[in-house]
Write a protein that binds this ligand. Structure first.
Ligand SMILES: Nc1nc2c(ncn2[C@@H]2O[C@H](COP(=O)(O)OP(=O)(O)OP(=O)(O)O)[C@@H](O)[C@H]2O)c(=O)[nH]1
Ligand SMILES: [Mg+2]
Length: 345
């Protein structure tokens, strides 16, 4: 199946970044997979494998990116992104890891089981907001519980006007609800913890045969079956990205996005007596009053405060790392200039 560029998500936003002459020598391709030394892509002529010449590396690219490739199948340029999902990379070093680019709908996938975790869903909602993707919560294993509606209600309480789908990932009619959120030319991405059913949904919607595996009996956790990110077309609809289950989703530079998800609390905070109220015992605190009055769940308040603190810490250490990198870059440039001068160039 060869798709047209618009079916792959090409639009005026990307076309506007290319001058007409350039397009005579290079062709636009949408990245479907990232590997250490090459990337895979779909273009107007079908699937391609591309190399990434220095100074760019495949680590600078994300599944879903639009790139320009020359006749020798080299990536010459990555086009500016309409949206970008990223997280703080796991580990101690402050580094950002790209998850996916140019995503329209973020399918926040969780199970109607012990895996259902409001704090985790709120994190993913903030990620969607930060990236500029539309969040859709997908609750799988609705076929295994007597009351999927109770899970839906709990999810709906996590943000205003939130779209929540309850599905049996093996049921084609249930899966079709997801396809409706990524029609032709649009891109959805499945995120969520391991075992939530992301690949089961992708396989069913795209006709792929990617590996899935049963969850563990003891704690309902998955086995980290999917290891790479992949973009695949849904026949008759848009495109879908599968991602590996994430153990940690560290947000960064997401203060506004967090407040958008928790806009009930952010709205209350505007009514506190002190503009810099920390909602931890200050007089005239409207947030504490709402907790005392029973209109705000204290657990939700604690989750908001934890996310805000963590985001502030991460954003600061990333800013510091960027400053260090810039300083190092300047030092290298100075050293090269001095060396050139000494050689009389
Ligand atoms: N009964 C039922 N089983 C499901 C449902 N969704 C997923 N499963 C099963 O759950 C197991 C895990 O599904 P996967 O699709 O591998 O989960 P995943 O989210 O891709 O997991 P990772 O790749 O590890 O991140 C598989 O055995 C699926 O058949 C569902 O809605 N109902
Ligand atoms: Mg998977």
């Amino acid at each position: 199946m060869t798709l047209s560029l618009p079916d792959l998500g090409w639009s005026a936003f990307f076309l506007g970044q290319c001058d007409a002459d350039a397009l005579a020598h290079v062709s636009p391709c949408r990245l479907t997979g990232i590997h250490r030394d090459r990337v895979t892509a779909l273009g107007a002529m079908g699937p391609r494998t591309l190399t990434v010449p220095p100074p760019q590396t495949t680590g600078d690219l994300a599944v879903g990116d639009w790139v320009l490739a020359d006749a020798e199948s080299r990536v010459t340029r990555c086009l500016a992104r309409q949206s970008l999902l990223s997280r703080r990379a796991a580990g101690r070093e402050a580094r950002v890891q790209l998850i996916a680019a140019n995503v329209d709908a973020l399918f926040v996938t969780s199970s109607c089981s012990a895996d259902f975790n409001p704090a985790r869903i709120e994190r993913y909602l903030a990620l969607a907001h930060e990236a500029g993707a539309f969040p859709v919560v997908v609750l799988t294993r609705a076929d295994l519980v007597p009351d999927p509606e109770s899970y839906r209600r709990r999810a709906e309480a996590l943000a205003r006007n939130l779209t929540v789908l309850t599905v049996d990932a093996h049921d084609p009619a249930d899966r079709a609800q997801l396809a409706a959120w990524c029609p032709k030319g649009r891109t959805g991405a499945l995120v969520g913890s391991s075992g939530a059913g992301k690949t089961t949904l992708l396989n069913g919607l795209t006709g792929e045969d990617a590996a899935t595996a049963p969850i563990r009996d003891d704690d309902a956790r998955g086995r980290h079956t999917t290891t790479g990110r992949a973009l695949r077309p849904i026949p008759g609809a848009g495109l879908l990205i599968d991602t590996p289950g994430m153990r940690e989703l560290g947000l960064h530079d997401a203060a506004e996005a967090i407040d958008a998800v928790f806009d009930d609390i952010a709205g209350l905070a505007a009514g506190c007596r002190f503009a810099d109220c920390r909602h931890s015992g200050e007089p005239g605190c409207a947030v504490a009053a709402a907790v005392d009055g029973g209109t705000l769940d204290p657990d939700r308040l604690a989750r908001w405060q934890k996310l805000r603190r963590e985001d502030a810490r991460t954003s600061e250490s990333l800013a510091e790392a960027r400053r260090r990198d810039r300083g190092f870059g300047r030092m290298v440039k100075r050293a090269l200039r001095d060396a050139d001068r000494r050689k009389g160039r």
